[in-house]
Design a protein around this ligand. Structure first.
Ligand SMILES: [Zn+2]
Length: 300
């Protein structure tokens, strides 16, 4: 075979294409369509794959809009015929999931019906909830908050809190009780001085000003670590050093920070602040439980 093979014109883009050494490489290098050297079988396989891809993308966009195919196997058949690389397929599926779920949580309320649809969608796309909770953490957290807003409250087997009769434990999370402490800084008096060793003695400086520590502000520091338990009636912090009971009946307001929640209770002068994982979810749950009208179950 000569170094430079013969050329033919590509039917799709009209450019001259040299025959490739590897017959499996039949796509035109210019337009990525089957080139002039492709066999009939290769061209047909390419067409079939393109059709399957178009069909798969249609199915995904229907799923994004809320239509879940009757059988999951249909989706699998079409995706197999489409011949996507595994990584590309996973990304497409996850994008379709995210766009459908984003629409469901846009109003911050996920009803039981919507929640069931999200679960069916997750299953149909072959996604694992634990996995998407990691890769799309923000969206998964948004679902958790919106589901609580919609009245879907979690229930856990209590490990730390001993519930009273009729009390339901909804959540137990690791928490750090924070306290405001002054930040002190050493403020020097005289500047230091240096001297050669052995040549002279150290002179005592009469009237020398010693450095002192001064308050330059305040910051939160960990005061105790433990578990924040959220039940149907109260939040309870069970720490190594102390226990704080925060009944919803005395809860005036709640402040949510990026990494903490703070309880303002009518029976306490200071507002206890707890550093917790996912403060939005903790706050949504307490808000739903403390609301005298009860958690919302209907979209308003
Ligand atoms: Zn071409």
């Amino acid at each position: 075979m000569p170094l430079f093979g013969p050329k033919r014109v590509c039917a799709h883009c009209g450019r001259e294409v040299r025959r490739h050494r590897d017959t499996a490489d039949y796509l035109c290098p210019f337009c990525r369509q089957p080139g002039p050297w492709a066999s009939l079988e290769q061209s047909e396989a390419f067409e079939a794959e393109q059709l399957a891809r178009a069909r798969y993308e249609e199915m995904l966009s229907a799923m994004s809009a809320g239509t879940i195919p009757a059988r999951k196997s249909l989706l699998d058949e079409v995706s197999a015929a489409a011949g996507y690389a595994g990584e590309q397929l996973a990304r497409m599926n996850e994008d379709a999931w995210a766009s459908s779920v984003s629409a469901a949580v846009a109003d911050d309320i996920v009803t039981a019906e919507e929640y069931a649809r999200i679960e069916a969608l997750t299953l149909a796309l072959g996604l694992d909830w634990t996995e998407v909770s990691r890769t799309r953490a923000e969206l998964a957290d948004h679902v958790a908050v919106a589901a609580i807003n919609g009245g879907l409250l979690p229930e856990v087997e209590p490990i730390v809190l001993i519930p009273k009769v009729g009390e339901i434990v909804r959540l137990e999370v690791q928490a750090t009780l924070m306290k405001l402490v002054p930040i002190r800084q050493y403020q020097a008096g005289y500047q230091g001085f240096s001297f050669p060793i052995g040549k002279t003695g150290i002179r005592y400086r009469v009237g020398g000003v010693r450095g002192k520590s001064v308050v330059i502000g305040t910051e939160f520091q960990a005061a105790d670590v433990g578990t924040l338990c959220v039940s149907s009636e109260r939040a309870v912090f069970v720490g190594r050093a102390k226990t704080l009971e925060l009944p919803y009946a005395k809860l005036v307001s709640l402040t949510v920070y990026g990494d903490a929640v703070q309880f303002h209770q009518s029976n306490r002068q200071t507002a206890p602040l707890f550093r917790v994982p996912k403060p939005d979810i903790v706050a949504a749950l307490i808000n739903a439980l403390a609301d005298p009208a009860g958690p919302r179950t209907q979209k308003s």
